[in-house]
Design a binder for this molecule. Structure first.
Ligand SMILES: Nc1ncnc2c1ncn2[C@@H]1O[C@H](COP(=O)(O)OP(=O)(O)OP(=O)(O)O)[C@@H](O)[C@H]1O
Ligand SMILES: [Mg+2]
Length: 335
């Protein structure tokens, strides 16, 4: 449908597969994922804990932990292959045109470096700023993410800040170089609800001002409803459904997505209804079933679901809404 010449496409991931080494040999944790983000577009990536959201994004910047590696697939940013570019080229992309907000600020902020230096360094390296200019920009960034007394905070070390403040510093670092693409991994989990909403508004505004693209990873379907254009739903290392956000919320097709949406509490719900959620847990990487990974929890599972992996297929005429589910396919064929 779209090729390397498609200039709308900023990030294009195809067939990405990630394995973890273990005593009993490698186990697949991310299985043949396709994802893409167009220029100026915001993609939400949702799914339960352990479904491979963080590993997928870390792999793009070659930041996977030890013993975890990409075994198949390709990832292109702005037409350039992220897997094969040199380390030097990749360093220019990472933190420059691609900004990151990592899930765990404590492991990604340098504990022995002042906050200010951690903000100033990328501005000097990627954007060629002189130190005084970078310093001013660093303070502006802290102000932008709602950190009081930004000039003094530049002097602080990460451990001197609260978890919420550290998370905001991470967001400031992710945005520092006006990236073309921001990849934010659960960027607001340590923040209270009003601050979360402020950060979402800030990202929306930057997206409008800079034409920035965003990948926003979260458990929280409700939080991203007003932020993202499209959503990819991950389950056990595979994309089970993707669609424009309104379409996904109004007409979820995959039984897993339906379960996820049903578990969002609504103000109008009676207390008992709020407890509806999907029974069971996702499979461990080493215990992936042979067919659809969701089959053991699925109310609609058929014989074929236990033996064959369903492919992500269009469920709408436009092709913009896809699901990987035999039951959905069957219903469509019957209609
Ligand atoms: N360093 C590691 N060593 C071994 N296994 C790991 C490691 N990091 C992740 N995994 C495993 O890989 C799978 C995917 O992990 P990942 O961190 O990508 O999940 P996630 O979707 O980001 O979850 P969460 O929502 O909790 O952040 C999980 O089963 C996890 O246990
Ligand atoms: Mg994660």
């Amino acid at each position: 449908m779209t090729g390397a010449t498609d200039t709308r496409r900023l990030l294009d991931v195809k067939g990405l597969t990630i394995e973890i080494d273990g005593r009993n040999g490698p186990a697949v944790v991310v299985d043949n994922i396709d994802l893409h983000v167009d220029r100026g577009e915001t993609l939400g990536v949702v799914g339960e804990s352990g479904c491979g959201k963080s590993l997928t994004m870390l792999s793009l910047m070659r930041l996977l932990p030890n013993k975890i590696r990409v075994t198949r697939g390709e990832a292109k940013f702005d037409g350039r292959d992220l897997q094969t570019m040199s380390n030097k080229e990749l360093r220019k992309v990472r933190g420059g045109d691609v900004g990151f907000v990592f899930q765990d600020p404590m492991t990604s902020l340098n504990p022995v470096m002042r906050i200010g230096d951690q903000l100033i360094e990328p501005l000097i390296y990627h954007r060629g700023m002189k130190k005084p200019e970078a310093r001013k920009r660093a303070a502006d960034l802290l102000r932008l993410v709602g950190i009081p007394g930004p000039e003094e905070r530049l002097q602080a070390y990460p451990h001197e800040l609260s978890g919420g403040m550290r998370q905001r510093v991470m967001i400031a670092i992710g945005l520092a170089c006006d990236p073309k693409l921001l990849i934010a991994d659960e960027p607001t989990t340590a923040l209270d609800v009003t601050i979360q909403a402020q950060i979402v508004d800030l990202v929306k505004e930057l997206r409008r001002k800079l034409g920035m693209s965003v990948v926003w990873i979260t458990h929280d379907l409700a939080l991203i409803a007003g932020l993202v254009d499209r959503v990819a739903v991950l389950y056990a290392g595979t994309v089970v459904e993707d669609a424009p956000v309104d379409e996904l919320y109004a007409n979820p097709r995959h039984p897993y997505t339906q379960g996820l949406l049903a578990s969002i509490p609504k103000l109008s719900d009676a207390p008992a209804a709020r407890l509806s959620s999907i029974g069971g847990t996702p499979p461990e990487p080493r215990r992936r079933p042979p067919g659809c990974p969701f089959a053991p929890r699925c109310p609609l599972a058929m014989e074929i679901c236990r033996t064959t992996v369903p492919r992500l297929e269009p469920v709408s005429a436009s092709g913009g809404h896809r699901a990987a589910c035999f039951a959905v396919e069957q219903a469509r064929e019957a209609a």
